[in-house]
Design a protein around this ligand. Sequence first.
Ligand code: AGP
Length: 612
Amino acid sequence: MCGIVGYIGKKEAFPILLKGLKRLEYRGYDSAGIAVLNGNLHVYKKAGKVSELENYTTGKDVAATIGIGHTRWATHGVPNDTNAHPHLSNSGNLALIHNGIIENYDAIKKELIKRGYVFHSDTDTEVLVNLVEEVRKQDNSSLEDAVRTALNEVVGAYAIVVIDRNDPDHLIAARKGSPLVIGVGEEEFFIASDASPIIEYTKNVVYLDDQEYACISRDGSFYIKTLGNVQKSPAIQKLEMSLEMIEKGGFEHFMLKEIYEQPKVIAEALRGRMSASQGWIKLGGLSEYSNRIENAERILITACGTSWHSALIGEYLIEDLARVPVEVEYASEFRYRNPIINEKDVVIAISQSGETADTLAAIELAKERQALIYGICNVIGSSIARMSHAGSYTHAGPEIGVASTKAFTAQITILTLIALQIAKEKGTISTSKLREILYELENMPAKIEQTLKLDSQILEIAKEYKDAANFLYLGRGYNFPVALEGALKLKEISYIHAEGYPAAEMKHGPIALIDEAMPVVFLATNASAYEKIISNIQEVKARKGKVIAVVNEGDTHIRSLADHVIEVPATEEVLSPLVTIVPLQLLSYHIAILRGCNVDQPRNLAKSVTVE
Ligand code: AGP
């Protein structure tokens, strides 16, 4: 949800900013802009992708050693050149970039208009930069004091960077609710929404906390203060990320690379956390609070989107294996329905980015009511990870494709370990069953590797159905959330309408949609519901629907009924989502490519949704 980047030092700022924006483009791609300061303050902004900005700035005056840049996911105002960031104050002295939403912008804007301010854009950001200007004028204060006072007046979420035309030696950056990282180099600083624009210049970073701001100087010094004007000592951390992790590595798209990374990702999520031969599981975060978690009367899992689908799988796993009641909540609904929650509850919050505003808000509420928060996040140092009492990182590496793939399977892997660890401690699983599942988990990277070999067969199926207007995805038990996720993947990147449903629910409504033009994807690997799924397939065939069935290897029965079968390696039913999701990811990828869609940056979406 918008990417921001800043630089001050001895190097040319413009190429650093431009490259940084390309790395952050997954966060929003409605418009892009850069401001550089070299005696004059030059602001270049363009609707569309960063490449549009790059073309537009060719040959322009960009030589400077200080600057800021922004890539936008539109909230206030349509995506056009004027609404693009950076925004200038009325005097033209201040330039500001912003990720987030200023909720009380309208009241502030009206007040500023009364005082003679003129607004050119529809954005809340232009209101903020003029508020800083007005405060500075009224109080006759420094830029730092004016930024702090202004931020104390606004309600909402932000990560901002401000520069002053008359002060080429300083940058001010602040955050509340939106992420901000400062890269600390040799007499140079990099500021960004995440570490990807920084990684090739320095591994030393400081994550700004909520309600903090940083004053950064060209002379190599900086300090951090709270919005209450209290100085903090900055904790410099070492980045674990490498450059190759954020590059495409020979794949045409990040999404495809990330689908193919899944065997490695699952192995990484398991590393050091279990041993099948010795029969142990140990998730560090879980052990720390084992008493409270094992004795929880219920567990709540909250998340959004794909992470919500893995939450549903978590519900099946924890109830099935550990016999603890679980409720799954959309984070966006949880906060607004006055949920019953108290100190006996354990809340698991799942988020790839660790920055999703709805999930953060749900955690805040659960924390206020004394629940224990267990975070499952991918991004190290992210807000959700830091707000949780305990948790486990998925260690999937940076996920850049907007459609989540490897984060999903990594989350399910962690949830499986959580369910098994609680089950073992509570004695709800036999030693032999535990070993069987652990051995299967260890085999999972190889099974996914085998599933990925189906890619060319799936491409052929994609060619046949790429022009379909609708798709239905059906599954039962552990494969019901997989059906939801398969449908979401197709919708997100190919713009084909798709619905996921529990297979048995089809007869209560969606069956009316079935005709010869309707492809229906069945997830038919579960032994426990096999006969029932076959009946559902028959019902679709009787109405001339087209059946694409994901089955266990060697399933001749369904082969005789379906139009297409995708044979995946059989596994324990509780682990089946890890395998069955892979062909669905590939199917949506190929359909989207055949339809000419931008799979890594689908329209209207952004990777991390930092607005409510
Ligand atoms: C997944 O493909 C989506 N782009 C989206 O639903 C995503 O899963 C959701 O926004 C939650 O994000 P998070 O995991 O970073 O919290």
